[in-house]
Design a protein. Structure first.
Length: 191
């Protein structure tokens, strides 16, 4: 599954499935370009992250934790990286299964690109991010139902931006009150 996260691994340069993840929302955008016209889907996270997903992650975590190692401290120090990779692979497997991709046949796995739509770029360039997402979804030819998914993409971007702003405001308020572990000051009297 690791090749799914390496855009350089595809020889033909075509991105067959593009996932647009909004980290603070409970749905994400899928642009499936395996056919001529892109298919734009909005998938709820609870369709992916159900009981089977959590059991698979727990089993992988248990296996990684108990993996015998000649260097136990090194193993424990590197455990977060191993868990992150495992969770990413399991999540991708469940997403692809939801999209009807036979993951057991590696040669049938399409090229997947994941975009995380959040952070500073979204906060400062919302219009450009929105335009880029709409261009991705539109592909070479805008479909008749383009207006409906363009409105939904706009809604996702607006909701993610609002949540980011709320989180930022909360962090600044906590920092100014000294309640934040990231508390900072320009000058402090220690008397």
């Amino acid at each position: 599954m690791e090749q799914l996260f390496n855009p350089q691994s595809s020889g033909n340069g075509r991105r067959e499935i593009q996932l647009c993840i909004f980290p603070h929302l409970q749905e994400f955008l899928v642009i499936d370009s395996r056919q001529n016209d892109p298919d734009v889907l909005f998938v709820k996270t609870d369709e992916i992250f159900g009981e089977d997903f959590y059991r698979a992650v727990e089993a992988e975590f248990s296996e990684a934790l108990r993996c015998s190692s000649k260097f136990p401290f090194s193993h424990l120090i590197n455990l977060p990286i191993a868990i992150e990779e495992a969770v990413r692979d399991i999540a991708m497997t469940f997403i692809l299964e939801r999209l009807g991709v036979p993951v057991e046949q590696e040669e049938a796995i399409p090229t997947v690109v994941v975009y995380v739509v959040s952070g500073g770029a979204l906060a400062t360039h919302t219009g450009k991010v929105l335009e880029s997402l709409q261009d991705l979804a539109r592909g070479d030819s805008p479909g008749a139902d383009g207006d409906s998914w363009e409105v939904r993409i706009s809604d996702l971007v607006e909701r993610e931006t609002a949540i980011l702003q709320e989180i930022n405001d909360q962090q600044v308020a906590e920092a100014l009150k000294g309640d934040s572990p990231d508390y900072f000051t320009l000058w402090e009297s220690r008397n």
